[in-house]
Design a binder for this molecule. Structure first.
Ligand SMILES: Nc1nc2c(ncn2[C@@H]2O[C@H](COP(=O)(O)OP(=O)(O)OP(=O)(O)O)[C@@H](O)[C@H]2O)c(=O)[nH]1
Ligand SMILES: [Mg+2]
Length: 195
């Protein structure tokens, strides 16, 4: 996959605003502040095409990026961020779940998990739900630069156990160092097929 030609397309705040589903699509989901936007920037080799922030809740709306007329990447708002109002949280979750349910050109949901965290209920729920909908997904454990080799192995194994994931079907990643990028590109390419 070649990300050298990439542009920001639009930010969708309702299903009506989604671009026509004529290209294969990969969406990036995960809890607030886990590093979704940073992962996309590293993946596409741009420092700041996607906005990143130390404060959770930075990404709002579904942000579409178009790669060389061949692929859409979608940066989703994070879940589990308490600081926005309940009704706003609910309307976001509503939009995201109807997007996931209805988007026929969606070929992979990358679920980004902070490798330092314990297995979280919301990630388990999302994976269970995607399975039940028949939507392919790929877990990525990110911020691996924050742990030493030993802790990394231990935490990755604990997340695998907690979420029922096989070690061969997830990727370890760091947006800071770029570790795991090559593998991620290869694995993503294996999900994508013509619409
Ligand atoms: N050390 C390290 N820091 C990271 C990594 N990925 C993200 N961060 C930092 O984590 C914070 C959140 O990153 P974002 O990419 O904005 O996270 P997000 O998941 O898009 O957040 P929301 O849009 O608010 O849901 C920022 O301060 C990033 O610099 C990583 O791999 N390593
Ligand atoms: Mg973000």
């Amino acid at each position: 996959m070649d990300f050298s030609e990439i542009e920001f397309l639009l930010s969708a705040h309702s299903l009506k605003q989604l671009p026509e589903g004529t290209l294969p699509e990969i969406a990036f989901a995960g809890r607030s502040n886990v590093g979704k936007s940073s992962l996309i920037n590293r993946l596409i080799g741009r420092k700041a095409l996607v906005k990143v922030s130390g404060k959770p809740g930075k990404t709002q709306g579904l942000n579409f990026f178009k790669v060389a007329d061949s692929l859409y990447l979608v940066d989703l708002p994070g879940y589990g961020f308490a600081k926005v109002s309940k009704s706003m949280q609910e309307s976001w979750q509503g939009l995201i779940s109807s997007y996931l349910e209805t988007r026929t050109n969606l070929q992979c949901v990358v679920i980004i998990i902070d490798i330092r965290h314990e297995p979280k209920e919301q990630d388990t729920q999302l994976m269970g739900w995607l399975k039940s909908q028949g939507i392919p997904f790929l877990p990525v454990y990110t911020k691996m630069d924050k742990l030493s080799g030993n802790e990394r192995t231990k935490n990755a194994a604990s997340l695998d156990r907690g979420h029922g994931i096989l070690a061969g079907s997830r990727v370890l990643f760091s947006a800071k160092t770029g570790q795991g990028r090559e593998e991620l590109v290869q694995v993503l390419a294996s999900f994508v097929h013509p619409v």
